[in-house]
Ligand binder design. Structure first.
Ligand code: MN
Length: 207
């Protein structure tokens, strides 16, 4: 039987302490405790829609604000993705969320919100991120932190990641659309393509 692709990481700094385990060949099971309920909700969506398994225990200096913890959680998620992929033998490499594809665009609707996510497990970190969340003075969560999250993730995983929120009214739905879109694009990119057998999908012979 094929071995599951698992990444495991413990990262401790003076600002945050994060322990994470990701199984790319999972079943959508999660146990996520970051002390930030909205971030937990997003990581759970990601796990369920990508059909991964994810365990996260994270704490940080939230008396400052949520920035360090959100950003570092993104970095560690990127690192466990990279570790789980190993040498990337046999993977599809490119991910596009094919739900409601039109004109080669990958779109994920979430009620009134709609986003586009495309990625390449290229080994070259890059993030293009356009998501205009609405100003929301009473929200317990700062939605602009998701740019830092995905920046950390793209660099931790060494992936080329394009995220664009096309429209939306409600920040909660807009964030859900981004995380579901990311999960589904990643699930496609990491899938093993049986035609490739164990070869690495690059003319360089290395990713
Ligand atoms: Mn929700």
């Amino acid at each position: 039987m094929k071995k599951n692709r698992i990444g495991k990481k413990k990262r401790v700094t003076k600002e945050t302490s994060i322990q994470m385990e990701l199984n790319l060949d999972g079943q959508g099971c999660y146990h996520v405790k970051t002390t930030i309920p909205f971030l937990d909700h997003m990581l759970e969506l990601f796990t369920k829609h990508g059909c991964f398994d994810l365990t996260v225990t994270a704490t940080g200096d939230r008396h400052v604000d949520d920035h360090h913890l959100v950003e570092d959680t993104g970095i560690v998620l990127g690192e466990v993705i990279e570790e789980a992929l190993g040498r990337k033998r046999g993977i599809a490499r490119y991910g596009q969320d094919l739900k409601m594809v039109r004109k080669a665009k990958a779109l994920t609707p979430m009620d009134e919100s709609l986003s586009y996510v495309a990625l390449d497990l290229s080994g070259r970190p890059f993030l293009d991120y356009k998501a205009g969340f609405k100003p929301q003075s009473k929200s317990p969560f700062s939605f602009e932190l998701f740019e830092d999250f995905f920046q950390g993730l793209a660099f931790g995983a060494k992936i080329n990641l394009h995220i664009q929120l096309l429209k939306g009214r409600n920040n909660h739905h807009m964030a859900e659309s981004l995380f579901k879109g990311f999960a589904r694009a990643l699930a496609q990119a990491v899938r093993i393509d049986p035609k490739r057998k164990a070869n690495i999908p690059s003319t360089k012979g290395k990713l």
